[in-house]
Design a protein around this ligand. Structure first.
Ligand code: ADP
Ligand code: MG
Length: 399
């Protein structure tokens, strides 16, 4: 055997070993890393703990909901070199609960540990310009839009985009960083109000319905999608999710197909939320979230595997869990608005319903429009479930 052949074989062996390393599942009680300490991180910690994992949370807020229950809370900024080194040294894999984590943070961590989803996917989801362009190039329909870099990019009053919504490209959430504008002048005023940050000007659509699909995709490309859910919003914030959605089977199936197509095109590894607009028989992609999604909270109580367990499974390389719905479900968000004069809502009245599951996030201050918790009503009869949820919603001063 020549030296050349020996080297070749060794190279192959090394390649196989490193492949095996990334394909081998990370077993409990390994430490997992979570970037962000909000409610999504908190549900992740709970899911990971149930499965025997430990969790390190990085969040600069010492009272963060997930930090409070994590095994280790690194209370530092998302670009803090010491904290990132500690996370890379101690965590077998890292994931995120919010899209605004700096791409450089994910890249740094990826040098020495497994990071899912990767920096590239998060970078696309955190910027509406990249996001819309990606979705369009992937061949999926989006609302007509224009990219606004400077005030001169705003189209004249005769543009088909008006009436429109001006949305800041970065750091907008729950309807923040959005303005409804009827003409160029209003668009200019809103653009100045947004400090002339890059924006997208999006045509206002006559929505019949909003639906979403949350799915998990693993590194081998397997996908487990949760059912298509129907969502209603109040003041730009998710109010109610109904699972399964009350729309045609064609729309529901189409949403599943488009969400899977996007995940494949992104070569995504992790849990992905895809929001859609329904206009007549048309389905358009609104936006994507590179993490579990508020409209997937019902999976905690109504699915065989919930979206946070799926997040654990993908990052550790375990097989995806069964996403099937075992009950109809209606999820209602509870915002800080429900605390009148700082008084706790009437939890006992809501909890009288034996099929109602209450989840509170342990946030210190019940500020207006702040997500403080949610509840899910489950059952076999869709109408009974919806009625019970609406009664509990009004008892808790929601809406
Ligand atoms: P966020 O990041 O705040 O969730 P979205 O772009 O999803 O931002 O907008 C929030 C909500 O505002 C949507 O769920 C929808 O109800 C409404 N909305 C956003 N864009 C449009 C549009 N082009 N036409 C009609 N309604 C819209
Ligand atoms: Mg949205």
């Amino acid at each position: 055997m020549s030296n050349g052949q020996v080297n070749l074989n060794l190279n192959n062996l090394q390649k196989n070993l490193s492949q095996e390393k990334t394909l081998k599942a990370i077993a409990p009680p390994a430490m997992l890393g979570m970037l962000g300490g909000g409610q999504l991180g908190r549900f992740f910690v709970t899911a990971a703990h149930e499965m025997g994992y430990k969790v390190t949370v990085l969040d600069p807020d010492k009272n963060s909901p997930a930090g409070k229950i994590a095994d280790v809370h690194l209370c530092a900024a998302y670009d803090d070199a010491v904290a990132l080194k500690a996370m890379a040294d101690t965590c077998a894999a890292v994931t995120t609960e919010f899209e605004n984590v700096p791409a450089a943070t994910l890249e740094k961590l990826a040098e020495s540990t497994i990071v899912r989803p990767n920096a590239q996917c998060v970078a696309i989801a955190q910027n509406r310009v990249l996001e819309k362009n990606f979705i369009k190039q992937a061949g999926l329909p989006v609302a007509p839009f224009a990219v606004i870099n400077t005030v001169t990019d705003l189209p004249g009053d005769d543009s088909e985009l008006y009436p429109a919504i001006l949305k800041v490209a970065r750091f907008g959430y729950d309807g923040k960083g959005q303005a409804r504008v009827r003409n160029q002048l209003e668009a200019q005023q809103a653009f100045v109000e947004f400090k002339q940050e890059v924006c997208v000007l999006e045509q206002m659509l006559p929505l019949d319905l909003e639906v979403s699909v949350v799915l998990a995709r693993d590194v081998q490309g397997n996908i487990a999608a949760f059912p298509t859910v129907e969502n209603t919003h109040l003041n730009g914030i998710l109010d109610i999710s109904i699972a399964p959605a009350r729309c045609s089977e064609v729309i529901k199936a189409n949403a599943q197909e488009l969400a899977k197509k996007l995940a494949n095109q992104l070569d995504y590894a992790g849990v992905l939320g895809v929001e859609f607009f329904v206009v007549g028989t048309r389905l358009l992609v609104n936006e994507i979230a590179p993490r579990p999604h508020n409209s997937g909270h019902y999976t905690i109580d109504a699915c065989i595997t919930n979206q946070f367990e799926q997040q654990v499974r993908v990052m550790t390389g375990l097989a995806l869990g069964n996403p099937d719905l075992h009950s109809s479900a209606v999820m209602v968000n509870i915002l800080g608005d429900s605390w009148v004069n700082n008084t706790e809502p009437a939890w006992d009245a809501a909890l009288v319903h034996s099929n109602l599951k209450l989840h509170l996030y342990s946030k210190e201050e019940p500020r207006k429009a702040r997500k403080m918790g949610h509840f899910t009503v489950i059952g076999q009869d869709k109408q009974v479930v919806l009625n019970a949820a609406l009664i509990a919603r009004s008892e808790l001063n929601i809406g």
